[in-house]
Ligand binder design. Structure first.
Ligand code: UT7
Length: 349
């Protein structure tokens, strides 16, 4: 059975830099608070020239495809991870397929938020190993800036998110011990509402236990998005930050250890850990827990903020471009986020 290797990778971030101080125009916050609690100094927002989650994904994918030494016509499957799609439906996968003039290949959309890229990678790995596909394009892209609560009410979320995209091309390799060694995926829906965007959604206003027995005439046609929801700012993501933080610092080390153990390896064997860029304090906590040196962990949240599904492929590509990943290195990817969902992937480069 072939192993799956990363044959090409690319990333794109908009040139529109938004510093912490730029956010003071909209909300009561401070550069000091954001840096101390998150490590973020600035983030990128999509340009207002029609830039979308898909167009950013296309830019990252174009680089990844070229570096893999193939053309868009050679891609035989697309997996697109995002929580900020251009449309409620259809997903970004088909929009990318159209924009890149690809063949009538399968296009799958993954909705696993911050762990979307690790989930997507895992799915692609299975298709490659079984011989189903030879060139899978995996994209993680987010345009958060379109839909955040920029008032003080939403500051715990809006200061952390940024826009951008990353992509990889996966191919089979017969080189022994090379490529994706294993992936590990988990979820716990008990905490689904702790980090969520409820609308548009089919829950109406009744996402708790209350069932809607009879439709209120006035509600029909407004179930996805009503004026009331907008008036009450229910169309923005919400998060119980401290609860998410507490769970993240447990699940990150756990799922990394799970990957190491599955391969008979230890944390000292890791050449580079690329954690989902949720919060620098979380990454530092994980580093401390696993007794990793600074050289063993890659962070770029300072520049881009939290780009959810895009954060790992952007960081992976940036680390690779900086020469921090060399052939034979053991690279560990790990993510945790809304759902809750979390996962890891261990790759021999
Ligand atoms: O990527 C997906 C997964 N997401 C995560 O992993 C995020 C995990 N959580 C976090 O990163 C942190 O919880 C946050 C960065 C979101 C928040 O940091 P925190 O240290 O947990 O702050 P907090 O929510 O406990 O709030 C502390 C105080 C509150 O004020 P009071 O009640 O103590 O007066 C907040 O209102 O900080 C206030 N606050 C802010 N102040 C200035 C919250 N956001 C801000 C802000 N600027 N942007």
């Amino acid at each position: 059975m072939p192993q799956t290797k990363i044959a090409g990778l690319g990333y794109y971030v908009p040139d529109n830099v938004i510093t912490n101080n730029d956010l003071l125009k909209y909300m009561d916050t401070s550069d000091e608070w954001i840096i101390e609690r998150t490590g973020i100094k600035e983030r990128r927002y999509a340009n207002r020239t029609g830039e979308t989650t898909t167009t950013m994904g296309v830019k990252a994918a174009t680089i990844a495809i070229e570096r893999a030494g193939i053309t868009a016509q050679d891609v035989d499957f697309i997996i697109f991870a995002t929580l900020s799609p251009d449309y409620y439906f259809p997903g970004c996968g088909v929009l990318l397929q159209r924009a890149m003039h690809m063949k009538e290949i399968g296009a799958l959309d993954v909705r696993n938020q911050c762990s979307g890229f690790v989930y997507a990678l895992s799915i692609a790995d299975q298709f490659i190993k079984t011989g189903m596909y030879k060139n899978i394009l995996v994209v993680g892209s987010e345009k958060h800036s379109f839909g955040l609560d920029f008032s003080t009410r939403g500051r715990n979320i809006s200061v952390i998110f940024g826009d951008g995209a990353g992509a990889v091309v996966l191919q089979p390799t017969s080189e022994a011990g090379q490529g994706i060694l294993s992936t590990h995926l988990h979820s716990d829906g008990q905490s689904a509402e702790l980090l969520a965007m409820f609308n548009p959604g089919t829950h109406g206003n009744h996402w708790h236990e209350e069932a809607v027995a009879d439709f209120d005439e006035a509600e029909i046609g407004q179930m996805f998005m009503s004026h009331n929801m907008i008036d009450n700012a229910q169309n923005f993501p919400t998060m119980d930050g401290p609860s998410v933080f507490k769970k993240a610092v447990v699940k990150f080390p756990e799922v990394i250890k799970e990957a190491l153990s599955a391969n008979g390896l230890q944390s000292t064997d890791i050449n580079l850990l690329i954690p989902h860029q949720a919060n620098l304090r979380i990454a530092q906590f994980v580093q401390h827990q696993l007794k990793l040196s600074d050289e063993q962990v890659f962070n770029n949240i300072e520049k881009y903020g939290n780009t959810t599904a895009a954060s790992i492929p952007i960081a992976l590509c940036e680390a690779w471009e900086q020469g921090k990943i060399k052939k034979g290195d053991l690279v560990c990817l790990a993510a945790f986020g809304s759902g809750f969902t979390w996962g890891s992937a261990l790759i021999r480069w």
